[in-house]
Design a protein around this ligand. Sequence first.
Ligand code: NCD
Length: 331
Amino acid sequence: MTVSTLIPNPASPDAGLFHAADQVIGPHLLGLAGVGRAELTAVLDSAVRYRELMRTRETSEVLRGVAVCLAFFEDSTRTRVSFELAARRLGAMPIVVFPQGSSMSKGESLLDTLQTIVSMRVDLVVVRHRSAGAPHYLARHLDAGVINGGDGAHEHPTQGLLDLLALRDAWNGRFEGRRIAIVGDLAHSRVARSAIFGLVTMGARITVAGPATLMPEGIADLGCEIAPTVEDALRGADAAMALRIQHERMEKSLIPSTREYARRWGLNAARVHRMNPEAVVLHPGPFNRDVEITSEVVDGPRSVIWRQVENGAAVRCAVLERCARARGAAR
Ligand code: NCD
């Protein structure tokens, strides 16, 4: 891997993570930083084919015999379930590991626990961990393909891919000339960071808005414009993405109250109306209705939230296949 650029992580500057400029997806998928446009397009195209497979309730044998460990050391519904479904859809054997039920509760290290699992001829490890850089560390030490299922406030690449797919569908295949507003807790959002890396690469413009306490330093260096208010960010936008306030990543509360937050920064029908007529609303989930987004918007005509969830399973099929293929494990 050639390390040609270093992009500092504004959310956790101490993470010191390196990103090559010409990353490919497989055998590892650690982040979207540095993944080129052709590679992103190829994965999205593959995901569209898997979405068709899912819609017809069919299965594939492409990963028959491949064992996939899902190591989730943080809570998850969408990501974990969709990886498990994707693995099964492709004929693989998913094994789910939680910290509570594993030997990590007896003091074993993360690496030793996963090394144990990989020694049983497990080819792929999907890992979600609170520490930024945990998947990168595992990728260096394990004889397995490592897929980042979310590392701290750093990246969540499969979420970024499913967001790109939802936007590509909504924008008739073109990212250039389009603009998305990302609103809320940018400082703690791995979802936003992966989406930003992917969107910048695909040629879309990004405006971010949120309370100053939740806006990471250096966000402009990633290619985002900063709007002073949510209204400014949404005016004329082609999409909006609301982010959950990630209380669990804060050492102290960074907002006065959720009511105040909803009033100033929440996506509601009147605000959403400022966007272009065809504009869509995204939310990675889990969403807190009537905090960062009103129920009316979640269930409204512009919402593509459930399509994002469907895309999640399809994208994870495409990523699992690519990573298994790069290890010579796919059929
Ligand atoms: C997010 C996550 O865990 O990073 N959810 C997801 O995977 N769709 C975002 C969040 O927890 O707010």
